[in-house]
Design a binder for this molecule. Structure first.
Ligand SMILES: [Zn+2]
Length: 181
């Protein structure tokens, strides 16, 4: 069965028509009933998206400490507005408030994403290997039609008038969000 809310395919004999990803209870319908169920699925999806809150990715600002011969973290920067809910990210690319300096090109970076669902704190880990670009990096987030979080890092375009950079100037990962309280 295919979920009418998040479009995931699942085995209805195991879960009795309740989608294991988003929890929507799918029922088989025909004709007018089908439209009715799709409206219910849309409303359910809105509720799910509103329960996703405070998506947070932190970046750290470092200065070189000559005395110790090491980089010291002096500031932690929140890249995304914690007041946004999942609804703001649904089928909409949200760019980080700050550009990121290019460090560790070609080295795998571990990115921790914190968020809450229905008040329960959740963490997702993403590994991305950044590529060289002529611009400072942006990070961007978008929740797609399958309610999965797309994380993109690289020279991204937040201005529609600009020509988008070639695909090979950014990397991205798709994260399964935990949509269970
Ligand atoms: Zn679903």
């Amino acid at each position: 069965m295919k979920c009418k809310c998040c479009h995931a395919s699942f085995d209805e004999f195991v879960t009795e028509s309740v989608c294991p990803i988003c929890g929507f209870e799918n029922i088989e319908t025909l004709g007018e009933d089908e439209e009715r169920v799709l409206i219910i699925a849309d409303k359910y999806r809105d509720t799910i998206l509103e329960r996703i809150k405070a998506i947070s990715i932190q970046a750290h600002k470092y200065v070189w400490n000559g005395k110790n011969g090491s980089f010291d973290a002096i500031e932690t920067i929140e890249l995304f507005d914690p007041k946004l809910s999942g609804k703001d990210y649904y089928c909409n690319t949200v760019y980080s408030k700050q550009k990121i300096h290019q460090v560790g090109i070609g080295m795998e970076q571990t990115i921790e994403i914190n968020y809450s669902f229905a008040g329960s704190p959740k963490t997702a880990i993403v590994k991305l290997t950044p590529v060289q670009s002529s611009e400072p990096w942006s990070m961007s987030l978008e929740i797609d039609k399958n309610l999965r979080l797309n994380v993109m890092l690289g020279a991204l375009c937040d201005n529609e008038d600009e020509v988008p950079p070639p695909q090979d100037r950014h990397v991205w990962a798709v994260v399964d969000l935990d949509l269970h309280a």
